[in-house]
Design a protein around this ligand. Structure first.
Ligand code: NZQ
Ligand code: ZN
Length: 384
């Protein structure tokens, strides 16, 4: 097992009716800015429930944070927060609203005019505004991690920053808030959580059987529960299981002491920056291609994945890996998520630039840091 440190300070408040605990989780002395997205919380009644729970608190609001949250939009919230002397940020929505709120929290006290440096230069952050979250889409794990992914229209970029100061103080996970999710977003969430696990599991063995079993448990649960939710979107237990899977997939737990990949994500972010696809749509296409391209480098873990996750028993190692890749594709397709960029009308013409874009940031991808421009293009050729 590799060395590791593990720290996670997020207070998880899970279950039915937990929105009412908001009143006790935020001090009455705080000046709150509640952030939300394009209006789903108004349609499903969550907006009113949050307002009711916090009726004795001082609260302003900022709506309109879009999927793949935009720097340009978020800076409007930063201006409001600076003017109104906001002392607490409450994110009510999916991963985009929460990631956006993490950026707002980091930018409020950051040097004016240079806020993009938080993403582009990973500039140190001295002071942040505390965050709480009510998460409405099980997918990103943002509710229990300190990462955020922000896009900027003016430069067509989508970049990540991670900082322990933006861990939410608390996250409320009420599975009932997810009943209203459109099928497409539910499916996207399952794919995202699935790929978070494979990024931390499909690398090379380091004799960490506990982490392997934990990763496999999440994958198996997603495979079992995923199809059920599409048939019964208001099944509380299934929604609860999926919600906890998504949180566990990216809260640092299964990353302890094991190598990590993240190449699928890094390439996916570029595809979103160029074409605006939802995050999980990019992952569902790239992951099978990544498995195919990296099948020798990842062979031991791919065989383990075939056996322990898909129950594939045939002897021939190559056929085992082929079957595991086919099963992965079949699973994503069964959720209604395509596994080729052709399905989005995207060909190699535009994708060709992605290798150079990643190279220009000085990045080499994968658990061995050996996936560069040439390999990225080869992987993308398997995606179309
Ligand atoms: O904006 P509203 O109206 O709220 O609608 C949203 C949005 O249109 C809707 N939605 C969310 N909850 C709903 C709902 N609709 C009905 N009922 C509900 N309960 O779903 C749409 C998508 O929401 P979004 O927040 O964009 O989805 P998700 O949670 O998948 O977040 C995706 C973003 O997170 C980043 C992605 O790159 C992408 O920008 N990621 C963040 C990570 C992290 N912080 O650790 C890791 C991930 O790998 C990922 O990169
Ligand atoms: Zn993801």
């Amino acid at each position: 097992m590799l060395n590791f440190t593990y720290f996670n300070p997020v207070n998880i408040v899970f279950g039915k009716g937990q929105i009412t605990s908001l009143a006790n989780l935020i001090s009455a002395d705080d000046m709150i800015l509640m952030t939300y997205g394009g209006g789903s919380i108004k349609k499903n009644g969550l907006y009113e429930r949050v307002k009711k729970a916090l009726k004795k608190h001082n609260m302003l609001e900022f709506g309109g944070i879009e999927p793949n949250p935009k720097f340009e939009t978020l800076m409007k919230a930063v201006d409001i927060a600076r003017t109104e002397k906001i002392t607490f940020l409450l994110s009510v929505g999916g991963g985009s609203v929460l990631d956006g709120t993490k950026f707002i929290a980091a930018a409020i006290h950051f040097a004016k005019g240079n806020e993009w440096d938080i993403l582009s230069k990973q500039a140190p952050i001295e002071k942040t505004v505390p965050i709480g979250s009510v998460i409405t889409l099980p997918a990103t794990g943002s509710e229990m991690n300190c990462g955020a992914v922000i896009s900027r229209n003016s430069s067509a970029e989508k970049l990540v920053f991670m900082n322990p100061q933006v861990y939410p103080k608390f996250s409320i996970l009420d599975p009932e808030t997810t009943f209203s999710l459109p099928k497409k977003q539910t499916a996207n969430g399952i794919v995202d959580a699935f790929v978070h696990v494979t990024e931390q599991y499909l690398t090379y063995p380091v004799n960490a059987p506990l982490q392997d079993r934990q990763a496999e448990a999440i994958l198996l649960t997603l495979i079992e529960e995923g199809p059920k939710v599409l048939d019964n979107p208001e099944d509380y237990d299934v929604r609860a299981n999926l919600m906890w899977c998504a949180t566990q997939a990216l809260n640092g737990n299964i990353a302890c002491g094991v190598p990590q990949d993240w190449a699928t994500h890094m390439i996916g972010h570029e595809v979103t920056a160029l074409y605006g696809l939802y995050h999980a749509q990019t992952l569902a296409v790239i992951l099978p291609a990544m498995m195919q391209h990296q099948r020798n480098r990842k062979s031991e873990k791919l065989v383990q994945y075939a056996e322990c996750v898909w129950g594939i028993t045939e002897n021939d190692q190559n056929r085992k890996i082929n079957s595991a890749i086919e099963k992965t594709i079949g699973f994503f397709n069964s959720l209604g998520v395509p596994t080729s960029f052709k399905d989005y009308g995207i060909g190699m013409d535009g994708l060709n630039s992605i290798g150079s874009r990643i190279e220009s940031r000085g990045m080499l991808l994968g658990e061995h840091h050996d996936i560069g421009k040439k390999e990225i293009t080869e992987i993308l050729e398997l995606c179309v």
